[in-house]
Write a protein that binds this ligand. Structure first.
Ligand SMILES: Nc1nc2c(c(=O)[nH]1)N[C@H]1C(S)=C(S)[C@@H](COP(=O)(O)O)O[C@H]1N2
Ligand SMILES: [Mo]
Length: 438
């Protein structure tokens, strides 16, 4: 016996076998939504005993509005996970629950965090940003002074260079999208372009790099090419419309769009223009990557093109055959996403997903693909292309370049960063989803 969801889905044209539905069939909408009235995904009104009861919350006044709103109490599971199993004080590393979110902007409270020593409690009235070194006029800025410069507002992702490192494991680690890809988030950032501030200080022609340093106890620092600073770097003061969250760098952070997470120095308090990189720990011990043979990559900055499916994904069991939307995130540190292809048969056939507008440079792009699941085991995958012509690699393509992974757990993020292979989710007969290698 087929249910009404299957009846609906069977009227939708397949594009690629295995149930991927031509999105143009949905663009007209008639096909899915006209029929939804009689045989859609919702339940039939006639069959319900009491279709619209008057519930207790409709009979009494609601809660007084709090000064600062938080999500509904029923959403208490939508939280970051701390990757340090001992949850040690002053050490934090938290991942975004992408499988429980939709859209492209990460709420500030769910933005991933990598902080070497927790977040400092900075008094914004005392905090200063100093710009010195190979400049004509060293300057110091407080928050008030910075706020008077012309500001820009841009939507950008930040991704840790070690995000997705579990995919280096020889065997697929059974973990969800949050554990595998959760060191990635996207915000609307507002602040002052670094080039505006460097116009004020002037630049000595000998300057080729800058050292950016944070005010946290480890004084996290990193060398950044001056060219990037003059291109699209920003001293960010606001995140999603409000002052930057303490964990993201309150009251100011450096934003180097598309570059490795660690270069986006938080709690920014010093920028020094220099001739050569300083060889900080973050560019020697860490963020230097092993590739095949004797080669390493050092000073390799942009995060490459990547995509993964957030729904369905491990932990989100499918409730029987029928219509579903496959949805996920795609992004590139080299510009806009050009195309995302989705497969529901482990890569044998592919169909092009719809990209949700606006598709912005160095920002998360949401993709969507209608799908009819016939109840058989399938493997779901996504693959992204960026406008610079880069394509997300398969596992074999990546390991041909970087050498085969030799280890199982524990996987350390470093020096095995910049992992961007295709992610595969296997759906079994019961609709349960596992991480597999496609
Ligand atoms: N001052 C300072 N800046 C820092 C860090 C830090 O520990 N201290 N961590 C870096 C790393 S490794 C990453 S991936 C990003 C993470 O940014 P987020 O915590 O806002 O997501 O911040 C970077 N900036
Ligand atoms: Mo990072």
């Amino acid at each position: 016996m087929i249910n009404k969801n299957e009846r609906l889905a069977s009227r939708l044209p397949d594009v690629a076998g295995n149930g991927l539905v031509d999105r143009r069939a949905l663009l007209g909408r008639g096909m899915l939504f006209a029929s939804a009235a009689t045989a859609g995904i919702g339940s039939s009104l006639a069959a319900a005993a009491e279709p619209l009861p008057v519930d207790p919350w409709s009979k009494e006044p609601g809660t007084v509005i709090p000064p600062y709103g938080v999500p509904a109490k029923y959403e208490s599971k939508v939280v970051r996970t701390l990757t340090n199993p001992n949850n040690e004080a002053r050490t934090s590393n938290a991942r975004t629950p992408h499988h429980l979110l939709d859209g492209t902007i990460t709420p500030a409270g769910l933005h991933f965090v990598v902080a070497r020593a927790g977040f400092p409690d900075i008094d914004p009235s005392k905090h200063r940003l100093v710009i010195h070194g190979l400049v004509k006029q060293p300057l110091v800025f407080d928050l008030e002074a910075l706020s008077r410069y012309p500001k820009v507002t841009r939507i950008h992702f930040v991704e840790c260079g070690g995000n997705s490192a579990p995919l280096y494991n020889k065997d697929p680690i059974q973990a969800n999208v949050q554990a595998i890809h959760g060191l990635l988030s996207c915000s609307e950032w507002t602040g002052v372009r670094l080039s505006t501030l460097l116009e004020e200080t002037g630049i000595d022609p000998k300057a080729k790099w800058l050292l950016a340093e944070g005010a946290d106890a480890p004084s996290m620092n990193r060398s950044i090419p001056l060219a990037k600073a003059l291109d699209d770097a920003m001293v960010a003061l606001y995140q999603n419309g409000e002052r930057i969250n303490p964990a993201q760098g309150y009251p100011m952070r450096l934003l180097v769009p598309g570059y490795e997470g660690n270069m986006n120095v938080k709690w920014l308090h010093r920028i020094k223009l220099i001739e050569e990189p300083v060889m900080a720990i973050n560019e020697t011990l860490q963020y230097t990557y092993r590739v095949a043979g004797p080669k390493i990559w050092q000073f390799f900055f942009p995060m490459e093109v990547k995509s993964f499916i957030t729904q369905p994904s491990p932990g989100l069991t499918l409730k029987g055959p029928g219509f579903y939307e496959i949805s996920g995130l795609a992004y590139s540190g080299n510009g806009r996403i050009a195309k995302v292809m989705v497969s529901a048969d482990g890569g044998k056939s592919w169909a092009e997903a719809a990209l949700v507008e606006p598709v912005l440079s160095k920002a998360l792009t949401r993709f969507r693909m209608p799908w009819r699941w016939d109840g058989q085991p399938v493997v779901l995958q996504s693959r992204a292309w960026d406008e610079a012509g880069n394509v997300q690699p398969t596992r074999s393509e990546m390991f041909a370049e970087r050498g085969e992974p030799k280890v199982n757990t524990p996987v350390t993020a470093f020096p095995m960063g910049h992992m961007n292979v295709i992610t595969s989710w296997a759906v079994d007969h019961n609709g349960e989803i596992k991480h597999v290698y496609g």
